[in-house]
Ligand binder design. Sequence first.
Ligand code: GLU
Length: 509
Amino acid sequence: MAQKEIRLRFAPSPTGALHIGGIRTALYNYLFARKMGGKFILRVEDTDQGRYVDGAEKYILRSLEWLNLLPDEGPENGGPYQPYRQSERKQIYRDHAEILLKKGKAYYAFDTTEALDALRKSGDGNQKYDYNTRIQMRNSTNMNAEQLSAAFKANEAYVIRLKVPENEEVVIQDAIRGQVRFHTSELDDKVLIKSDNMPTYHMANVVDDKLMRISHVIRGEEWLSSTAHHYLLYKAFEWEEDMPQFAHLPLILKPTGNGKLSKRDGAQFGFPVFPMDWNNDDGSKLMGFKEFGFEPEALLNFLALLGWHPGGDQELFSVEEMIPLFSLDKIVKSGARFDFEKSKWFNQQHLLQIPEENICDRLIAVFKDHGIELSLALSKSIYSMYKDRVIFFKDYFEQAKAYFKETNSYDANFIQQKFKIEYLSVLKALKLELQDLALFEANNIHGLLQEFIKKMNIKPGELFPLLRLVMTGIPTGPDVFKMMEFMGKDKLNQRIELFSDFIDKNLTV
Ligand code: GLU
């Protein structure tokens, strides 16, 4: 028998911004497909008209693009099983519902909303539409041919329901959870086709997984209970042989560890839980990792390790490195806690792994956007001064822009708590000393400052923060000698003047 092709799909519903849990699902599908030499398919599950949100599909596609999780088949690039947007496949689901009707595995149901309400409220107050109760409802399992055609003639609204078999065990082999058991007594006769002729999630999902020859279904834990109905659908169609391998991923938990990470947590704790910014209709905005400044590969590395680890101590992986290591048996069952500080660490580490030339190119471009022409040599100096201090790429500009643009604000804490008026004469003296320094270069500056410190009887712990403050407005920063070299003698002199003026104007002693 020919080996089954490995085909994975990511099947989001365009009901709003895609939570990072969805991105992790996409990533695992992608990694597994690549590892197995299979295909990664994007299918847009947009049959729920009530929950459809304009712009959400585009958002999902752009997010995957940013992260370079590009599908082999999907709504934008097509493929052998197109279309990949479920709203364009309505007839397929309807035809498949007919197959089940013919097999006696599904039935028409004409119940009114009132009748359904009454059913629900009967018994324990939460009564299901199932093999015990369907007999008392208005459906084709208990209507004769005449009654049925009369109902159609009268144009009565109907749905098509799955006829869940009586008293059967449903046993699913999940790659992560092992054997998961259900009993049909727990399961209702799920609607497959709604009264607007649209399929439900269950129907469209199973039919498409079969027709698109999906071999593995990797998805969030919240879909585990639906799998019982999916299994029954495979059986009803007699597609058991094509049942995919299921793998249900653990939840991503709140930073506190209790409960599922929600979009409200992002707003509450001030970190993103979405890949990119999303603008709500009411003018509010959900924060994205992209706009926050994350490198795509750092985000993927962080997300991959929320629930999976190949073993060993290594934590930093590129996507290319993860591919050969990825396997379903290394995914954990229990939820993984979202730790924003850790995601920042990943970003910092990934930035350090990007080759210097690339960072320098990006620096030149960013400074240019701000009207500053940066030479390659200057970009290299910025890189070497700041590479160990930045968490996000944007920090380079934030921290280095002060060399190019004069600052007129100085760290208020320093001014209030550490500044002494004698510092003004220290700065004046330093200016004079520096005048004679022929080669204005970090090592020479270092030597000169060592002497100067002794002469002026000032501690390095006082002088260096002061010099940083004078140059950039803040007392912290990289090696002060390198900063001075980078700024150059003339600019440094100007900054000393500016600072002295500022103190004269603002500090009356
Ligand atoms: N459309 C479902 C979702 O939004 C897909 C679930 C599945 O992968 O089966 O997540």
